[in-house]
Write a protein that binds this ligand. Sequence first.
Ligand code: ADP
Ligand code: GN1
Ligand code: MG
Length: 369
Amino acid sequence: MQDKYFDEDEICSNFCFDGEFLDLHQSNHGHINNTYVIDFQKDGAIKRYILQEINTNVFKNPDQLMENIENVTKYLEGIIAADGGDVLRETLRVHRTVDGKPYYIDSNGRYWRVYNFITDSYTCQCIDCPKTFYNAAKAFGKFQRMLADYPCSTLHETIPNFHNTVSRFKDLKEAVKNDLSGRASLVRDEIEFAFARENEVGVLVDLLQKGELPLRVTHNDTKLNNVMFDNKTGKGICVIDLDTVMPGLSLYDFGDSIRFGANVAAEDEKDLSKVKLSLELYEQYTKGYLCAAGESLTQLEIELLPFSAKLMTYECGIRFLGDYLNGDVYFRTDYPEHNLVRCRTQFKLVEEIEKKFDKMIDITKECVQ
Ligand code: ADP
Ligand code: GN1
Ligand code: MG
């Protein structure tokens, strides 16, 4: 566990927690925020919360960020309640500070927020059995469906051009040119791999601009560990990590899920021979996603599902490569080559998808029938 660099008393006295402070431990499964599970005791019972330090290097406008999250979660609460669901387990809820604000700035200038802890649930860092991936797909598909009528234009763009692969490619070119870390000469093969696929970076952005793909409210970070699974049923009960809920394409969400979950190896596996795209997992996710969100998807969206997996994997790879070249300033890393290792798994996965692309198309067609 990383050393705590904040004062518990300061945090505890600035949020409306219920009970006496008991314990706190870190839960950093993501690459962006600093997350803690914080326990309080009241009348012998433990009340658990999530305390999270917002990464303001990544999210430059915390007011807009929290406005999005509060509005979206309140909207979700309404839908879940109307459906007879459990609002405390099926969506995040922002706990405000004693001053009624959605985040607290501590004496070191760090930004903190508090959420309900999703009880009796777990996250997965990789797929244990195919059914889990099917369940993740249903959860992300349902999330998209619940937000289908949410007024898209009221959402702030918390990270501009987040899945604009054209803009991500430009960022990579810039990173290669600037070579701030002096590492460009070490990654010539990776740069060549990325540049060789420039012709595909604009496919989704162009279709969106032409109005051929609909803009929707999307999650934009549909990694497997951003869904909580119920301890008893194994079903995906709550989609978390809502920082990037913004207008986007359904294909960003689908593709990003496949990128992470259909790879049978970890995102930072060093042995590239282990990195493989599982067609079985692709099929499970496609089935689950179409079952939950399928009716709302257009023909073109469905046709592009396999391509979105390739593009989102490629995009993530060039982001890791760019961060490596920039000196590891964006993603949390555990060792100096971490971003490069991650980039290599993504590029290996792109090759895997290229090899298995026709099969992915066939599977997608079969899932629609
Ligand atoms: P990051 O933006 O860094 O990915 P997340 O919001 O995804 O941060 O949180 C990191 C991890 O903390 C999650 O993968 C999950 O394991 C745990 N977590 C986050 N929010 C909750 C919650 N409300 N209830 C239970 N666990 C949570
Ligand atoms: C980050 O926060 P986390 O770990 O769920 C990143 C995603 C990347 C992912 C790669 C806000 O997601 O875009 O796809 O790492 N989130 C942000 O693992 O940049
Ligand atoms: Mg996360």
